[in-house]
Design a binder for this molecule. Structure first.
Ligand code: F0G
Length: 458
């Protein structure tokens, strides 16, 4: 037993960035200028920015130091080889293809291997993953376990894929499935982890039906920590060892280094197949750059290589997962409905339950997001009907859930920032009856949440 219980930030602060305080009136005006879409705000008008944990983390002094080591050679840069060996040591994959971020890896993989009519199963596709499948006229099918669809149900591995449903799909329509994907942790399903046992089950099915198995590995280290903490027989292992086993079960992965790469930009596509890798590299040259930089600077490759080492350190992961849970505990204890248990990188408020008087097609998530900004300057994101409700044929239905995600940037905010956020959420929940829905006044046909314009309903 440790003599002390407080889990402290396992770092001290060397460089700070001032926050700008605004008045409620200023925020009302800023939100109106932004068409009531927080993606269109000027970030200087945001006090605590929980829009995303992607690319928003603080790099370590070792990473900043590594930037100076960047080799900017167009071809064969030393930084690429350092990056390649860091990724290969961790994942074991044969081909390591750098990309400017995760969605570029998705686009290159799917454009290379998908044909119209194909089906890609996943626990839950993230929005860019789904869009990159659908743009190829293929279907993105979500097969998360039933517990993963119910916010209040507590389960240690709510991100697990439903193995029986996956088996039925492979059995009946296997000829339309070119690969199986699993997202760790399951961002669209509440940042919930996938167990090692479940991933072994996917591997066994992929072996039986001769399908490649790819991970969407953006938050692999957080997933590994949950396995260590929650899965029987895993507590004595290091997160790195668990992560290596997880990657070893797969045939490849897409990765956004903006999350568990602890970098501000970057990603990669990795795989064992020589044939697919060759085709992917050819497309990479067309759209991203030469295969030894893939749209990144040499210094970015250095930062990622170092980040992948830091992210699996135990003190970091213990603090990281606990700090998210700390926010979840505070607002849950005040009666705010959230996805339980807390996710790894974010707390997800169940906006549909909190605001039952706002129907899904009037976007309760947007109502909550905009109230949190107006009242407290906290920016977060809807993961619900605006993000997922519009279909390729132009019809709109309620998404499975209307969630609001408070994503925690890595190593950026301290406990008092999080205490403030909890206070803000509890304050807004207290005025829930006054919140009203929204309608969309303009939106593109895909990924509309980024740019849609909203008008408040009275
Ligand atoms: N897959 C998952 C599970 C993600 O969460 C993201 C990004 C991507 C793929 C795409 O990666 O942004 O580097 O192109 N998620 C961010 C978020 C944007 O806010 O959750 P990217």
């Amino acid at each position: 037993m440790r003599p002390f219980h407080t889990i402290i930030e396992p770092f001290r602060i060397k460089s700070v960035e001032a926050l700008r305080f605004t008045t409620r009136e200023e925020r009302v005006a800023a939100l109106a200028r932004a068409d009531h879409n927080v993606f269109k705000l000027h970030a200087d008008d945001v006090l605590v920015d929980l829009l995303t944990d992607s690319g928003t983390g603080a790099m370590s002094s070792a990473q900043w130091g590594a930037l100076m080591q960047g080799d900017e050679s167009y071809a064969g840069s030393r930084s690429f080889y350092r990056f390649e060996s860091a990724v290969r040591d961790l994942t074991g994959f044969k081909h390591i293809i750098p990309t400017h971020q995760g969605r570029a890896a998705e686009r290159i993989l799917f454009h290379t291997i998908l044909h119209p009519g194909h089906i890609v199963p996943n626990n839950n596709h993230f929005d860019t993953t789904r869009a990159n499948v659908e743009v190829e006229d293929a279907e993105a099918r979500d097969l998360v376990i039933d517990e993963g669809r119910h916010p209040a149900v507590v389960h240690p591995f709510k991100g697990n894929i439903d193995l029986a449903a996956l088996e039925a799909l492979l059995d009946r329509e296997g000829d339309r499935v070119p690969l199986v994907m699993v997202t760790i942790t399951n961002n669209s399903g509440g940042g919930q982890p996938v167990s090692l046992a479940n991933l072994c089950g996917v591997r066994a099915l992929c072996d039986r039906y001769r399908k490649p198995f790819f991970l969407d590995a953006c938050r692999f280290a957080e997933n590994a920590w949950f396995v260590k903490e929650r899965e029987e027989g895993q507590s004595g292992r290091t997160p790195r060892d668990i992560a290596r086993e997880i990657f070893g079960l797969a045939d490849g992965c897409t990765m956004s280094a903006k999350k568990d790469g602890l970098a501000n930009i970057g990603g990669f596509l990795a795989m064992n197949s020589d044939a697919w890798a060759e085709q992917c590299r050819n497309l990479l040259i067309l759209t991203e750059g030469f295969p030894t930089y893939g749209g990144l600077a040499g210094y970015d490759l250095e930062a990622i290589a170092r980040g992948l080492e830091e992210v699996v350190e135990e003190p970091y992961l213990r603090y990281r997962i606990r700090s998210t849970e700390y926010l979840a505990d505070k607002i849950l204890n005040a009666g705010v409905p959230i996805v339980r248990p807390a996710g790894g990188h974010a707390v997800y408020i169940d906006a549909r339950s909190l605001l039952p008087h706002i129907p899904p097609l009037q976007y309760p998530g947007i109502a909550l997001v905009n109230a949190l900004y107006t009242e407290a300057g906290v920016r977060c994101v809807e993961i619900g009907t605006v993000m997922f409700g519009l279909h390729a044929d132009g019809t709109e239905t309620a998404a499975a859930l209307d969630l609001v995600r408070l994503a925690i940037p890595r190593r950026v905010y301290t406990q008092s920032h999080i205490d403030f956020v909890a206070e803000a959420v509890i304050h807004v929940a207290g005025m829930r009856d006054q919140l009203r829905g929204y309608r969309i006044t303009a939106a593109p046909g895909a990924l509309r949440h980024f740019t849609a314009a909203f008008a408040p309903l009275r």
